[in-house]
Ligand binder design. Structure first.
Ligand code: AP5
Ligand code: MG
Length: 197
């Protein structure tokens, strides 16, 4: 399996770039945000709990989130030749859990793509998406909280993955195609594109 973590602040382009990467490398996409929003839309018990955290821009507690990820991995990605993890891990305990989980399944994280975008651009993108799509956490108050949580709880992962020699810093404030080209220039030497396999 070839596994990628796509990492960065709210609105940095994790979902946008994941779509392109799935096609190029033939990977399965797991977005923990999408998994949770699906539960909220279906009004499941998990959805009810998740909604309380997401609407306040807070993280779902690690233990619960790690269980959800393991369940998603085993149910949706069993046959996958690799996975893009979008929005997971977001804390150091989640990063350690992911490593353990993948090791138990005979694999590992092979690259981490960190998308860097200035904060004013992130806010503009999210406000615009909120207007266009009605995504509930794309309002200014929740966006500010999400950015604060990202700085406090998620940025330590950069150091963790740099020490693991997996971290690739990518400027995310170019056009989506330009960002993708930069990502591919880092990943092609590691993974063969799907059509070449
Ligand atoms: P999640 O859904 O992961 O949200 P997020 O991290 O806030 O990121 P977004 O999905 O908003 O942005 P993105 O980076 O995917 O950017 P996108 O490509 O969409 O998580 C939501 C919530 O769920 C969390 O707040 C938390 O409560 C909970 N949660 C999820 N995972 C968790 C975990 N592991 N632990 C605990 N809690 C968890 O782009 C954004 C916009 O910009 C789009 O409109 C797009 O078209 C546009 N855009 C993208 N790229 C460009 C570009 N290059 N130029 C111009 N516009 C662009
Ligand atoms: Mg996303």
């Amino acid at each position: 399996m070839n596994n990628i973590v796509i990492f960065g602040a709210p609105g940095c382009g994790k979902g946008t770039q994941s779509e392109k990467l799935i096609e190029r490398y033939g990977l399965h996409h797991i977005s923990t945000g999408e998994v949770l929003r699906d539960h909220i839309a279906r009004d499941t018990d998990l959805g009810k709990v998740a909604n309380q955290y997401i609407s306040e821009g807070k993280l779902i507690p690690d233990e619960l989130m790690i269980d959800i990820l393991a369940h998603t991995l085993d149910n949706e990605a069993k046959e996958a030749k690799g996975v893009i993890f979008d929005g997971f891990p977001r804390t150091l305990p989640q990063a350690h859990a992911l490593k353990k989980m993948l090791k138990e399944r005979g694999t590992d994280v092979h690259a981490v793509i960190g998308l860097e975008v200035p904060e004013d651009i992130l806010v503009d993108r999210l406000i615009n998406r909120g207007i266009q799509t009605g995504r509930a956490d794309d309002n200014l108050e929740t966006i500010k909280k999400r950015l604060e949580v990202y700085h406090d709880q998620t940025t330590p992962l950069k150091g963790y993955y740099t020490d693991e020699k997996l971290y690739h810093d990518i400027a995310g404030d170019k056009t989506p195609d330009e960002v993708f080209e930069d990502i591919v220039s880092r990943l092609d030497p590691i993974f063969c594109p799907a059509e070449e396999k």
